[in-house]
Design a binder for this molecule. Structure first.
Ligand code: AMP
Length: 659
């Protein structure tokens, strides 16, 4: 066999293996053999560039990087479906169909895959283009990413001049769980559900990343076919299967009652599918009948989507554990007997706070109904009281912090219970992570994983210790190296020059977010003046309420805080506001605010202006320096125009404040 023949043979063999593995779910080749042969094929293709072909299995591994996604106008729109929520509504749908078409009706019932709709286009049997649904009329060209989906045939055995197939791309539940587990390990944010994960993956600019996400597809419709006619929907599905597509499971029914049963069975068996489903679709089987019924502006009259209620399952509360957050809030979580729910294995459910537990009277040992409504954190809907074993007791959060043993206290104004220990190790990790985070001190390379390593190695306890770190010590840490250690030290060094507002936010003082940090920094100009301010003085600042003022004063009084501040001072961290000092930048200027500001509330805008020495007045006069006009500004804006007073947008005000 010469190399050209070998190349062709390998392509056929590998595509066959793909089909058996990904469509038939019946692997015939080991992964090892597959990879080995794929590598050989790559070699041969490199040697014979004239034999390159877009349908080669080597084209599935990704590697092409897209700048953006081109628009694709769908030849046939990708329509939505009308929803029905009960058997009654389903029967009404059936009646409408019968009234229009007569008595003999056949339906096809399919699971409604909770993924993303795509259109796959074939020309003369070759996969040439694939697009997302977009708004149904215009989607995005994601051909390269779709090519990486192994169950999408790249070449069909029958070369129709043109064929467009519709299907639903999804991330298999197992893949989703693995992906999230991996993201969690890396300290990255998780995907809320498989659909979001699939959407994010399909819109990757780098098709290698998309390939690694192991997406799959179920096809369920022929949108367009030239050179073939079909009589029924089931015929089209059979044809698609003959062309080696992965075709949606389906059941043909001759009465709506039968369809109802099929829907119920699919609902009961939803766990068995490798994909999430959020309903079942009932479709008229006869294609001529579909033509006659047509579509409304939004959806076809010949199909309906039966939506299942969110999945709920009983489980047992094995334990209640309490986590302590960065701000010391104790959050109870129920550890439940593992249960498969909406595509994932659920082992815990949030209990929010003591009030939630008390209201539902949730106890360890209880059988409870757990629900997952699309999002990642499951919740307890109800306790099954009749299944409560003897000897259970009402649950109360502990009165000491489970991590450091310090007493806990309930917020005066809310449902939260907090640890009062300023040195609580549970808060230490989160405190450090917060300190380093982007909106705080912005220390690049100091994410949760590195902080955890630093804590474990005993190199840091509090943010003050960060600045004493040495590159040699950091380089010793797991998954660190000389280069990343040096980068981290450089990032720390750079952060010393940050504006005071960042430092104030980084302290993690309760009630002091980014905005309050800015207001305080602008008002006091330096940390020592702020430290010296009394609670009353703080309360007097516009936009700093009594609770915030109290929290700030209390924080600065604590010995631990003082200790932290002194170690930061010794390290040379900047304590000054780098913005124009208070009272100067806008001194002598009078502002009038009108309309709705998009980002700043009016009160907040006024506080920021005043913090820089400006005045805010309620009415426009000749003395007004600027009018800031938001959405739906009215008579004040008109007056400003009449008097020739400069009008600022919110954006312009913000950049003036920044200067
Ligand atoms: P909706 O957008 O909620 O009205 O539902 C319509 C969506 O369901 C379409 O975008 C389809 O992609 C999707 N879908 C999932 N499975 C099927 C199926 N078996 N038949 C038709 N549509 C389906």
């Amino acid at each position: 066999m010469d190399e050209r023949e070998e190349l062709e043979a390998l392509r056929r063999e590998l595509e066959q293996a793909n089909y058996e593995y990904y469509v038939l779910d019946n692997p015939t080749m080991t992964d090892y053999d597959f990879d080995h042969k794929l590598r050989r094929l790559e070699e041969l293709e490199a040697k014979h560039p004239d034999l390159a072909s877009p349908d080669s299995p080597t084209q599935r591994v990704g590697g092409k990087v897209a700048e953006g996604f081109a628009e694709v106008v769908h030849r046939v729109p990708l329509e939505s479906l009308q929803d029905v929520f009960s058997l009654k509504e389903l029967t009404e749908f059936d009646q409408r169909v019968r009234e229009a078409l007569g008595e003999e009706i056949e339906y096809d019932v399919e699971p409604k895959v909770d993924g993303l709709s795509v259109a796959l286009e074939y020309e003369n049997g070759l996969f040439v283009r694939g697009a997302t649904r977009g708004d149904g009329q215009v989607g995005e060209d994601v051909t390269e990413n779709l090519r990486t989906i192994r169950s999408i045939p790249l070449r069909l055995s029958e070369a129709l001049p043109s064929l467009i197939v519709r299907g639903e791309v999804y991330m298999p539940k197992k893949v989703f769980e693995d992906l999230n587990a991996q993201l969690e390990l890396q300290g990255k944010s998780l995907f809320a559900n498989p659909r979001n994960a699939a959407a994010g993956s399909l819109r990757q600019h780098d098709s290698k990343v998309a390939a690694a996400r192991k997406l799959d597809i179920q096809v369920f419709n022929i949108q367009w076919a030239e050179g073939r006619t079909f009589r029924t929907h089931t015929e089209t599905l059979d044809y698609l299967a003959s062309q080696r597509f992965k075709v949606i499971p389906h059941k043909t029914c001759t009465t709506i009652a039968q369809a109802g049963e099929a829907i119920a069975r699919m609902g009961d068996g939803r766990e068995e599918y490798p994909f999430d489903i959020d309903g079942a679709v009932v479709k008229l089987n006869d294609l001529a009948g579909r033509e006659r019924l047509g579509s409304t502006a939004k959806f076809p009259r010949w199909a309906a989507a039966y939506k299942y209620p969110p999945e709920r399952k009983p489980s047992k509360v094995l334990d209640i554990v309490v986590q302590v957050g960065r701000t010391g809030v104790l959050t109870p979580k129920a550890v439940v007997e593992p249960v498969r729910l909406a595509g994932t294995t659920v082992t815990s459910a949030t209990l929010h706070n003591q009030d939630f537990i008390t209201e539902k009277d949730i106890r360890i040992g209880d059988t409870v109904l757990v629900q997952k409504a699309g999002e990642i954190i499951p919740e307890i809907v109800a306790v099954e009281r009749d299944k409560r074993p003897e000897g259970t007791v009402p649950y109360h959060l502990p009165d000491r912090c489970p991590v450091c043993g310090a007493p806990v206290a309930r917020d005066e104004d809310g449902a939260h219970i907090r640890c009062t220990g300023a040195e609580c190790p549970a808060q230490r990790l989160r405190h450090l992570v917060h300190f380093a985070s982007r909106d705080a001190m912005d220390i690049e390379g100091l994410g949760p994983a590195v902080v955890e390593n630093l804590l474990e190695a005993g190199l840091v306890q509090s943010p003050g210790d960060l600045y004493a770190l040495k590159a040699e010590d950091v380089a010793e840490l797991e998954r660190m190296g000389k280069k990343s250690a040096e980068n981290l030290i450089a990032a720390l060094e750079k952060s010393k020059g940050n504006d005071l507002s960042r430092l104030l936010f980084a302290f993690g003082i309760r009630q002091v977010g980014q905005k309050a940090g800015k207001i305080l920094a602008a008002h006091f100009g330096d940390l020592d003046s702020l430290m010296a301010a009394s609670e009353e003085a703080l309360t007097a600042i516009p936009d700093i309420g009594a609770i915030t003022a109290h929290s700030i004063a209390a924080w600065f009084q604590s010995p631990q805080s003082r200790h932290l501040i002194e170690s930061l001072r010794a390290a040379g961290v900047n304590f000054k506001s780098l913005e124009a000092p208070a009272g100067e930048a806008l001194a002598g200027k009078t502002f009038v605010l009108t309309g709705t500001l998009e980002h700043l509330g009016r009160k907040e805008a006024a506080a920021l202006i005043e913090a820089q020495g400006g005045k805010v007045s309620g009415s426009v006069s000749k003395k007004t320096s600027y009018v800031v006009a938001g959405e739906a500004a009215g008579s004040k804006l008109q007056k400003a125009r009449e008097l020739g007073i400069p009008v600022l947008t919110e954006g312009e005000l913000l950049s003036m404040l920044e200067r």
